[in-house]
Design a protein around this ligand. Structure first.
Ligand code: SF4
Ligand code: SF4
Length: 119
């Protein structure tokens, strides 16, 4: 069984991903490519594609939501992405995960989805 996030990607196409600019490679020790961000306010940037008037979809998301997805910058993703918990991965439901999946017509994950999941 593949890791459930690999056949989802809904949260990467639903929420604004905003974080302090110092997480970008414009700052010493920053990881997230600044070229994939745009200014949000004097202190924060947002991943391109995750806010504005058009449909939300992070510029780093590859694949088709609900079918097969991956993050182009997985090792360099910013803290909001690292903080996301998939429902039942840690033994409890997660409202953000459930909401993002619902927005894309996907049922919430269940404990049984983690039976033999492989990352
Ligand atoms: S955390 Fe939830 S919404 Fe995000 S990719 Fe994983 S299963 Fe989908
Ligand atoms: S950086 Fe990766 S994990 Fe974060 S929203 Fe974009 S595609 Fe998803």
């Amino acid at each position: 069984m593949p890791h459930p996030c690999l056949t989802c990607g809904a949260c990467c196409a639903h929420f604004r991903v905003a974080f302090h600019w110092s997480e970008t490679d414009a700052a010493p020790g920053g990881l997230t490519p600044g070229s994939l961000t745009e200014p949000l306010d004097p202190h924060r940037v947002a991943l391109r594609g995750t806010w504005g008037d058009t449909a939300i979809r992070c510029v780093a998301l590859r694949g088709e939501v609900g079918v097969g997805t991956s993050c182009e910058i997985y090792a360099k993703r910013p803290s909001p992405c690292r903080d996301v918990n998939a429902s039942w991965e840690q033994g409890k439901a997660d409202a953000h995960c459930d909401r993002a999946r619902a927005a894309h017509g996907l049922a919430p994950l269940q404990p049984s989805d983690w039976g033999a999941a492989i990352a």
